[in-house]
Design a protein around this ligand. Structure first.
Ligand code: AMP
Length: 381
């Protein structure tokens, strides 16, 4: 599928080509045509899925087709966002695309924490307003902006809006909108509060859910163990035994280390096999089949299998060694906690790894709690 099949404005198609957006992301494939037909949409999609463009492009297309209707201070499209940062980010995306029109639409972001006067003055002729709820109410109450001509309203990161306690403000704002309008609701999660807003706001919506890795990371309980290189083997055996692991996938960063870990486990009467690039395809298939069937307790793997392999109900992943790339870390731990079942990812971190693990956590956008193992008696493991 390509962007040109949707019926987007040709000016936007040109802008997309200039920005090297080659193909629509999954959320865009579904949301763009639906929004263009005027349907309400509920998109369960986290940041990173391409959700912003999935509403910016059709909303701008619609606005560009309705001629000259921005009456003074009567905005046509309202985007409600929870934070100033998101407001600025969404404004940037709108502006980038809006610039491509011969008669550019005026786009403006407003948020609290800064002086209101310049924002009041800037409302004249705005077609698309991106706003945090509190500041929007202030502006509307002082007649700096009117919502009675709004054609489309977007609630972006609705779960965050609700978690930040904007429920009342949102309801007030919705009450000021005209009856006839298009409603778009985007949220990373579909919790009770979001469902409530869905009931109030949306009419016969198209519901779409985009699963991303960031999504599954949320389902995974992660722990990091500070451990010296020499104590990794005993710690692994201690965890397998004390946590009564029925099955576990252990990752190493080299084939050599994978074989070594397997050997040590076997010496200690723990059933283990390795899978890596130095094994034949037949041997790999056999080991994986055994593991999936539950006949093998410990599978030790390199990053060869961290991508794409779906093992149902795998409760534990252990990172015996860190991967070089943060992406691989997310792929690895994504082998557990699939299909909304929770899993655990345990990561061994040596003093030399500390800095690299900080980078991994930053890239993943999640802090992992540490457990110290110095005081742990590993004798006999
Ligand atoms: P978002 O989830 O809206 O925050 O978008 C995540 C990132 O993906 C942003 O940096 C967008 O510029 C980029 N992006 C969105 N859609 C596409 C696409 N179809 N092709 C390439 N990049 C995209």
């Amino acid at each position: 599928m390509s962007f040109s099949s949707f019926g987007l404005s040709p000016f936007l198609l040109q802008a997309l080509a200039e920005m090297n957006y080659e193909r629509p992301y999954p959320i865009q494939e579904i949301a763009i045509p639906a929004i263009l037909t005027g349907k309400d949409v509920l998109g369960i999609a986290p940041t990173g899925s391409g959700k912003t463009a999935s509403y910016v492009l059709p909303v701008l297309t619609q606005l560009s087709m309705s001629k000259g209707e921005t009456r003074n201070r009567h905005i046509q499209s309202l985007i409600l966002v929870p934070t100033r940062e998101l407001a600025i980010q969404v404004e940037e995306v709108f502006k980038t695309f809006a610039r491509s029109f011969p008669n550019p639409l005026k786009v403006k972001a407003v948020y609290g924490g800064v002086s209101i006067n310049p924002q009041m003055k800037a409302m004249m002729g705005v077609a698309v307003l991106i706003a945090t709820p509190g500041r929007l109410i202030e502006l509307a109450e002082s007649n700096a902006v009117h919502l009675s001509a709004v054609k489309s309203v977007v609630l972006d990161e609705a779960d965050k809006l609700l978690n930040l306690g904007f429920q009342e403000e949102m309801q007030r704002i919705i009450g000021w909108l005209p009856e006839k309008r298009q409603n778009l609701l985007f949220s990373a999660t579909l919790n009770d509060k979001v469902s409530e807003v869905k009931q109030i706001l949306l009419r016969d919506p198209l519901v779409l859910k985009i699963e991303t890795e960031a999504d599954s990371v949320e389902l995974i309980q992660q722990t990091a163990y500070r451990v010296s290189d020499a104590r990794k083997g005993p710690l692994l055996r201690y965890l397998i035994r004390s946590r009564k692991m029925k099955q576990v996938l252990v990752f190493t960063s080299s084939t050599f280390k994978a074989d070594q870990v397997v050997e040590k486990l076997r010496k200690n009467n723990i059933d283990a096999q390795a899978i890596h690039s130095k094994k034949s395809q037949d041997a790999r298939n056999k080991v994986l089949r055994n593991f999936k069937a539950g006949h093998l307790k410990v599978l030790v793997a390199t990053d060869l299998i961290s991508r794409g392999i779906d093992i149902e109900f795998l409760p534990f992943v252990i990172n015996y060694e860190l991967p070089r790339s943060p992406k691989d870390y997310v792929h690895r731990i994504g082998r557990t906690g699939r299909a909304e079942s929770t899993g655990e990812a345990l990561t061994f971190v040596t003093p030399e790894d500390e800095h690299h693990f900080k980078i991994i956590q930053k890239k993943m956008g999640k802090q992992v709690p540490f457990e110290e193992t110095d005081g742990l008696d590993l004798n006999g493991y």
